[in-house]
Design a protein around this ligand. Structure first.
Ligand code: NZQ
Ligand code: ZN
Length: 393
């Protein structure tokens, strides 16, 4: 087991009607002026934004608002949010939405807390560093990205079609209100994308070069099994509270660090997907599903035992045949699950047909023009990236 730090400062308030407490919570964390940040309209249409405003008003907290966050959140809106926040003396950013809204809120939080950094994008491309972020709170409306407890913020710079992340503990939200009922209005496609992302956050850590870790592996396997069971149930009946609750909590546990304690995360599928999403603007979960199988087939020989353990403990594949055969059956079982929940298992199924030039362009971007490798289970360089994009076409 590798040394590790497990730090999850986010206060979680989970269950029915808990969004009513948002005013109280914002006050508890010392906010004087709040920026309510939200997406393209679902939270307005459901009446959630009105309820949030009412709760803030009841606690005497003043606020301004900025909606319009798009999935794969754009840097330009973050610039707008920073300007607005500075003009209005905002000291707390309240994200009402999913990963995109939360990540945009964190971007604005960096801008507020670091006036000396001229361009907040510099953080995302490694040109600047900071430990400061203005406090962010969350009312979560979709179980997926895990940003409600993570330190990550993933942002797209539109003119360069570049999606990059920045991660610090100070960007971890102060609180996250999670009412599974708020997810009832999600389209099935978004539910499925969320299921993939939650599972992938677990698998990125499970396929670690460190080897067997009993407690961490068991937590991860339990989480994946829970997602398979309740993922299907939540798609069958989106108003199945127990299913939505299991998934919502799994989404946070999958990405708050718990399933990686003592291991070294791989994250190659995520990096490959981020460049696909940056250029073609597809849903993160769908992109991950489209790439994972090709990544797995490309790397499994590094440690087939790990993949066969996954096959046996997650999908109950019988121990018949060679370790490699069992490993492949596990990869197939995962892909079959993706198919069952109507997620793509190739890039063309997302409507994107990559030419050879496109493949090279993506590999160029993902490798930062050949200057970085990705992955830990197996280190992947530009040529490897191109091969995986090509296999996934
Ligand atoms: O914009 P609105 O109208 O709200 O619609 C959203 C959006 O179209 C809709 N939605 C959300 N809650 C809803 C709802 N529709 C109806 N009812 C509700 N209750 O769902 C769509 C997707 O929302 P989004 O926030 O983009 O989804 P998700 O939570 O999957 O976030 C994806 C983003 O998070 C990043 C991804 O790269 C992507 O940009 N990630 C962030 C991470 C982090 N910060 O730690 C880690 C992840 O690996 C991921 O990379
Ligand atoms: Zn993800």
């Amino acid at each position: 087991m590798e040394n590790f730090i497990y730090y999850t400062p986010t206060k979680v308030i989970f269950g029915k009607d808990e969004e009513k407490k948002v005013g109280e919570l914002v006050k508890e964390f010392g906010a004087k002026k709040v920026l309510i940040h939200y997406g393209g309209g679902s939270a307005v249409r459901s009446g959630l934004i009105d309820r949030v405003k009412k709760s803030l008003s009841e606690e005497g907290i003043s606020y301004i608002e900025l909606g319009g966050v798009k999935p794969n959140p754009r840097l330009s809106l973050i610039y707008e949010g920073i300007k607005l926040a500075k003009e209005n003396g905002v000291d707390f950013v309240l994200a009402v939405g999913g990963g995109s809204v939360i990540d945009s809120a964190k971007g604005i939080g960096y801008g507020i807390a670091n006036p000396e950094i001229e361009d907040v994008w510099d953080l995302y491309i490694g040109k600047a560093k900071t430990k400061k972020c203005a406090p962010v709170g969350v009312v979560l409306t979709i179980a997926a990205a895990g940003s409600e407890m993570s330190g990550g913020s993933v942002v797209t710079k539109e003119d360069e079609q570049l999606k990059r992340s920045y991660n610090t503990d100070n960007a971890r939200p102060k609180f996250a209100i999670m009412n599974p009922e708020l997810t009832y209005t999600l389209p099935k496609y978004q539910i499925a994308c969320g299921i993939v992302d939650i599972m992938m956050h677990t698998m990125e850590r499970y396929f670690s070069p460190v080897g067997n870790l009993e407690i961490t592996d068991r937590v991860a396997e339990g989480l994946l099994r829970t997602m398979i069971k309740y993922g299907k149930l939540s798609l069958e009946n989106p108003e199945n509270y127990e299913a939505r609750a299991e998934i919502m909590w799994a989404g946070s546990l999958a990405h708050n660090g718990l399933t990686g304690c003592g291991g070294i995360g791989d994250w190659a599928t995520h990096q490959l997907e981020h460049d696909l999403g940056g250029v073609y603007d597809i849903a993160h979960g769908a992109g991950l599903a489209a790439i994972w199988g090709s990544w797995a087939r490309y790397v499994y020989k590094e440690n087939p035992e790990r993949f066969s353990k996954f096959a046996e403990n997650v999908f109950e594949i019988e121990k018949v045949g060679t370790v490699e055969e069992i490993a492949i059956k596990g990869i197939e079982a995962m892909e079959n699950f993706y198919k069952e929940i109507e997620m793509p298992i190739s890039i063309s199924e997302t409507g994107i047909n990559l030419s050879d030039d496109d493949v090279l362009m993506l590999a160029e971007k993902c490798s930062n023009n050949g200057t970085r490798f990705i992955g830990a289970f197996k280190k992947l360089y530009k040529d490897d990236m191109a091969k995986i994009y090509s296999m996934a076409r």
